[in-house]
Every structure is written in C-alpha cells, then in structure tokens.
Design a protein around this ligand. Sequence first.
Ligand code: 6PG
Length: 224
Amino acid sequence: MRPQIETYPTREAMAAEVAGLLARRLRSLIDTQGYARIALAGGSTPAQMLTLLGQKQLDWRAVTVTLTDERWVAPTDTRSNQRMLGETLLASGANPNVIPLYADAPNPETGLADVIDGLAPILPLDIAVLGMGADMHTASLFPGAEELAAALAHDAPPAVALRPSGDLEPRITLTASTLNAAERHLYIAGLEKKEALDRALDLDDRMQAPVLAILDGATVHHAG
Ligand code: 6PG
C-alpha cells in the first residue's frame, strides 16, 4: 500500500502543521488509553518541528519518548540524537519520560541488551516519526549494512546494533517490525529527499531502499 504524501509550501509550515498534528494525536491517545508512546527521528530535519512540539500544552507526564535510532556516541556529543532531543523538544518545556537508545558500553553490540531492556516496557509504540537519507535509509536501517536483513526480518528483536558502511558511527536502530507496529510519519525536506523517495517507490527493493520497509500505511510529510 503506497504511503499518503502530504506536501507543504515551506519547511516552516511543515514543522508547524506536523507539530500540531502530533500534539493532537498524543492528546487523543492519552484521552483514550491514559498514555502515549512515540519514537522520534534523529538527524537535523525534525529539529524545528520538535521544538514546536515541545511547546504544545499536553500532559507530557503521560508521554514516553524514545528515538528511532542513535549514533553510538556519548549523549553530550554533538552527533548524539539524544542530545538533539534535549536541545529541541525538552528545551521547549516538554517533560516526557525519555527512553534513550544509548547505554554506557564501549559499543552498540555490548550495549544492546540494556537498550532493549529499556525499550521493552514501552512497546508497542503508538507513533513513530522517521527521517530518511538520500541513500533511502530510514532510522539507521542503512542499505549495504550486513545487519540490515536481520533488522528487516519479521521476527527481528526490538532493536539491533548496526554498522553503516563508510565513516558513520556505529548505531542502534529500532527494527522494521518495531516501527511498523506504530502509526508512522516520514518527515523529509528538500528536493534530494523527495527524489530519493520516488526512487525508492520505483525500486520496490527493501535491501536497496530500506525506507520501503516502513512505508505501507505511512504518511509522508514533505516540504521543498
Ligand atoms: C540519524 C537519523 C536518520 C536521519 C536521516 C536524515 O540518526 O541520522 O535518525 O535516519 O533521520 O539520516 O537525517 P537529516 O534529517 O539530518 O537529513
């Protein structure tokens, strides 16, 4: 099933509209089930939207936030997604329960069990907000990674350690099965990302275009 694609005139408009949409969804979940669990994308694109989301009035104590993936760097490192979350959503006043995808271990392989222990009580997720790279990765499900097939498998664990090719940091990523249990929103900006999405939809090969593994029934939000 192809995703629904929402296009916005500017990145500012997309940030404002998606922040409002997510706030409404979180309030609705809290009203109906007493809590809400959301995984948020790392990277740079969602920063403005997360800052606006953090300003929304809702019962943040009933919300649990985690990340879709994490670079295996200290939470103080400028490359840390956890740090980015602190500088955006949390800096705006939101005080949710935060479940990090980082543990005090030398590498993601040895830290994975602790990360999964932290995730277990908050699964299944209600909402996942994901980014995408121009190489058609999402979360840290990178094409060419030797751990990718395991991360896309139906019986995958909640998260895996994954080493992207090239000079990117080792990662922890939520797996496709964990992400697909949630209402998914792909949040992308720029022509390069839209062309990559179109390429992925034409390719129909999840190993070359891992973003396809989370697009069925998802909503894509794109601004130029
Ligand atoms: C990460 C992300 C990743 C990100 C894309 C897009 O840790 O890098 O979670 O999936 O969403 O790489 O990143 P930008 O928004 O910075 O282009």
